[in-house]
Design a protein around this ligand. Structure first.
Ligand SMILES: [Zn+2]
Length: 88
């Protein structure tokens, strides 16, 4: 009888595991979509300053890293094809 109970518990655990995995896949899909859109836009909703070259963006990132004591990095934006800086 104990053996049957263990099998039932294992099946319940498997069902819970499967349900969690399914809902997590949906959640992470929504998050990555938001992250892509946010790379061109600041936290306050305005478009980020665009730099014409990677050199200019990296220079600005270095200066901002030094003045704010936060690690900033430069990257190319897929929305406007310019370069922005953001938190590393
Ligand atoms: Zn952009």
């Amino acid at each position: 009888m104990l053996f049957v109970a263990i099998i039932i518990l294992a099946l319940i655990a498997l069902a819970i595991y499967w349900l969690t995995r399914t809902s997590e896949a949906k959640r992470s899909g929504g998050t990555s979509l938001r992250r892509t859109a946010a790379s061109h836009i600041n936290a306050n909703g305005t478009p980020k300053r665009g730099y014409a070259s990677m050199d200019a963006a990296q220079d600005a990132a270095r200066k901002q890293s030094a003045s704010t004591n936060q690690s900033m990095s430069a990257y190319r934006c897929s929305t406007c094809k310019l370069f922005h800086i953001g938190h590393a």
